[in-house]
Ligand binder design. Sequence first.
Ligand code: ADP
Ligand code: MG
Length: 317
Amino acid sequence: MLLFDKVTKKYDQGITALEDIDFSIDKGEFSFLVGPSGAGKTTLMRLLIREEIPTSGSIFFEDIEVPKLPRKLLPQYRQKLGIVFQDMKLLESKTLSENIEFALEILGKEAKEIKDTSEYLLELVKLQDRRNLFPNQLSGGEQQRGAIARALANNPELLIADEPTGNLDPDNAFDVLTILKNINKAGTTVMVISHDRDIVNQMKTRVIRIEKGKIISDNKGDYDTIKKPKVTSIKSKQEPKEEKKEEKEEKKEKELETDERLKGLKKDILEKLLKAKINTLELVFNLTENDLKNLKISKKEQEELEEFVKEYLNKSK
Ligand SMILES: Nc1ncnc2c1ncn2[C@@H]1O[C@H](COP(=O)(O)OP(=O)(O)O)[C@@H](O)[C@H]1O
Ligand SMILES: [Mg+2]
């Protein structure tokens, strides 16, 4: 589902935040990303959500090459992700239920669905009786659970939480972790950024450890065990690529067969794309505005293409 391929991130002032980061996450996995302060954990998340772009290497989320995603498609991409930021970002001027409902409104949901989903999410994080309180009236643990509920509003494929237990006492931290675990059991892939040893050790799950911008360990177990990333993880990393290669070769043999998923496109647009050998949805995803210009795709056609991709992304959820 997620692949980091030799990702290096250098910030302007010559700071190397991440170097040669290689790992992959399978659908349905629960994993921790651990490491001391300054290790590069938040940077890794910001690269994943395309708040930053790698200096070199690339990131794939399913079929999408994240750093190359056209800016206009970012909102659709981010709808696949549930993000819980380190500083939470619940809106102070809205009550807890309004915060969740607001996230659903932005997604264009209808009133009934907004009510039902918000109800469901409040129950999931056990905050039904706190719905009408404002963030500053909630305890730290409650705020954190509220932020998780809001991040789940778009029914994300991957939930990533940056230090969700950071400022919590052990009981509250444990409650938050239990909720994240249940969300994972229900099918969502979950990645938790943490430097809380106790929490990590309780879970006995995959732990990816970074220090000074490098992965120094990737193991199933606990916080302090150092196990070099296994060959298997490198292999699983390469699998998608090999598959893609095979797929490509097969396609070549079949003389550039058109991707079924593109067949709903307007004939004129499709013809222009096929002429440039853009015959799969993945290739369409990765078109930049410059490419579109070069392909002589008009503004109107561009809008139609965007609408088409948007609809496809929404359908595939
Ligand atoms: N926007 C930025 N500009 C320059 N340096 C940054 C920026 N963000 C983070 N860094 C630096 O990158 C390194 C990794 O930071 P970060 O990813 O926040 O680590 P962590 O989340 O593991 O504490 C740190 O040395 C930090 O100072
Ligand atoms: Mg951080």
